[in-house]
Design a protein around this ligand. Structure first.
Ligand SMILES: Cc1cc2nc3c(=O)[nH]c(=O)nc-3n(C[C@H](O)[C@H](O)[C@H](O)COP(=O)(O)OP(=O)(O)OC[C@H]3O[C@@H](n4cnc5c(N)ncnc54)[C@H](O)[C@@H]3O)c2cc1C
Length: 448
């Protein structure tokens, strides 16, 4: 029996990734580059399981004029390996657009262009990805002699992939207010473009968008432009959209080095840093988009035909979802006055939250040590700490995303995907058993 096979003759891969968004795509590339540099016995085998039928990064928000909120230099590889041929610059070169992009003088490409870059990179590691595969359970595999957990069976229906390490990178899911229910007329912005495409009403009269973050402002701007006959009401708690702080010193919170500072800091300092810098990312909007929306609103004041309606310091207090329209009752928090809006569509742009790892891990979740706030305890190399010592857990579970409380604000973002993927690949490589003398012989022959 090959040492790569276990007692049930199932192949054991070194890495099984759950989800194939940018985070695990960056990891697939890091592993590919690792394997190209080391002898066969040190190479790491992998498979990535993705529920979508093909690569896609927030397709519902690929609004044609939306730009990235992160520099293109924070692509899948550059901060880990500036010489990588998987960089955004390599992509531009391959598309014959490098000079045009340089002339453009921007660090922030269109989101659709970055999506195309991600698809280009994903296609180049296609051999390790299984699409249309939704993981529904992760089952610990124990050594019959020692009782130690040596691997995990990652299950999707009847199909099973066994891994010595599992890397959970399942991203974000939508967040709704407690009583909200999605329907044909009540959407979350995460599905905006798909919903608009399927929307049968030819001349909608009114949209209500709830929220004051980047996605809300983008949804407002998009609907306002897409439906020139409709009023778009923007409802939020604040008095006005607030700009994202992307000034140079504050931006250092996204540097790879900031992860070390954050990880080692005491809990109260972590919380303090997070609170100080949450306006780099949360409930804030790119200043260019704020200016654009304000310009549109002012132009409408001049022409007297107001379609962009700001409803600040307000909240939705009731929603009556009917066949002809959705009735939205909005309360002005300052005066208590209520406004009833009959809308064609209500869009909740009320944010996202990381998919809880323990939900994805299924039967393996019991092995995970949980902190007081219920999130997994995690080491600097993004490996989850096992709960207790029995059974001993030799296999690894790594998390990409959902680590904000331990590793800081970049956890759910793109800023650090290149470096983090390298750190996880190195951690797996360091724990990799080199036990295949046959592979060693092959390598020796190849070298000779
Ligand atoms: C509209 C939008 C724009 C954004 N723009 C930026 C930006 O400009 N800059 C930035 O830094 N961040 C941005 N973000 C933050 C975002 O989290 C990151 O860009 C990025 O998506 C993180 O990558 P990921 O791979 O961790 O997660 P995701 O991209 O969410 O990928 C997770 C993948 O896991 C799959 N999956 C989930 N559950 C399962 C399962 N059970 N089985 C199999 N597969 C599963 C999903 O289908 C998905 O493909 C944006 C977020 C949104 C919503």
């Amino acid at each position: 029996m090959s040492p790569a096979m276990d007692d049930t003759h199932r192949e054991v891969l070194d890495c099984v990734g759950i989800g194939f968004g940018p985070a695990n795509l960056a990891l697939a590339i890091a592993l590919d580059e690792h394997n190209r540099q080391v002898p066969a016995r040190h190479q790491l085998t992998s498979a990535f399981l993705e529920r979508q039928p093909r690569f896609g990064w927030h397709r519902g928000m690929l609004i044609d004029d939306a730009t990235m909120q992160v520099s293109f230099l924070k692509d899948l590889v550059t901060q880990r390996n500036p010489a990588s041929d998987f960089s955004f610059v390599s992509y531009l070169h391959s598309q014959g657009r490098l000079s045009d992009f340089i002339n453009h003088k921007t660090l922030f490409p269109l989101r659709i262009e970055f999506h195309d870059y991600l698809e280009w990179a994903a296609a180049r590691v296609d051999d390790v990805v299984r699409y249309s595969t939704t993981v529904d359970d992760v089952v610990p595999v124990t050594d019959p002699v020692t009782g130690a957990v040596t691997a995990f069976d990652v299950r999707s229906g009847d199909s099973v992939v066994r891994g010595r390490n599992v890397v959970v990178a399942t991203g974000l899911e939508l967040k709704l207010p407690p009583d909200a229910t999605l329907s044909a007329r009540v959407w979350h912005n995460l599905d905006l473009l798909r919903r608009v495409e399927a929307f049968a009403v030819e001349r909608p009269r009114r949209f209500v968008v709830v929220g004051a973050g980047q996605s809300a402002a983008e949804a407002v701007g998009y609907l306002h432009r897409r439906y020139p006959g409709a009023e778009v009401c923007s409802v939020f708690f604040r008095y006005g959209y607030s700009p994202a702080d992307d000034s140079a010193f504050a931006n250092r919170i996204f540097d790879p080095e900031a992860v070390d500072t954050y990880f080692d800091a005491p809990g109260d300092v972590k919380r303090m840093l997070f609170d100080y810098h949450r306006n780099t990312n949360y409930s804030v909007v790119d200043i260019d988009l704020i200016d654009d929306l304000y310009r549109r609103r002012y132009a409408e004041l001049v022409t007297g035909r107001q379609r962009l309606r700001m409803m600040p310091a307000s909240r939705v207090v009731a929603v009556d979802d009917g066949p002809e329209h959705v009735r939205v009752e909005v309360e002005d928090l300052a005066t208590g006055a209520r406004d009833v809006l009959d809308a064609d569509v209500l869009v909740y742009a009320t944010g996202y939250a990381p998919v809880p790892a323990t939900r994805i891990l299924g039967r393996a979740a019991g092995l995970v040590a949980l902190a007081a706030d219920g999130v997994p305890e995690i080491d600097r190399d993004y490996r989850i700490r096992p709960a207790g010592t029995a059974p001993p857990v030799e296999a690894g579970i790594y998390l990409q995303g959902g680590t904000e409380t331990s590793h800081g604000i970049t956890s759910t973002l793109l800023s650090n995907v290149a470096v983090r993927a390298g750190e996880i690949a190195s951690s797996m490589a360091a724990r990799h058993p080199v036990t295949d003398p046959a592979q060693d012989a092959t390598f020796a022959l190849a070298r000779d």
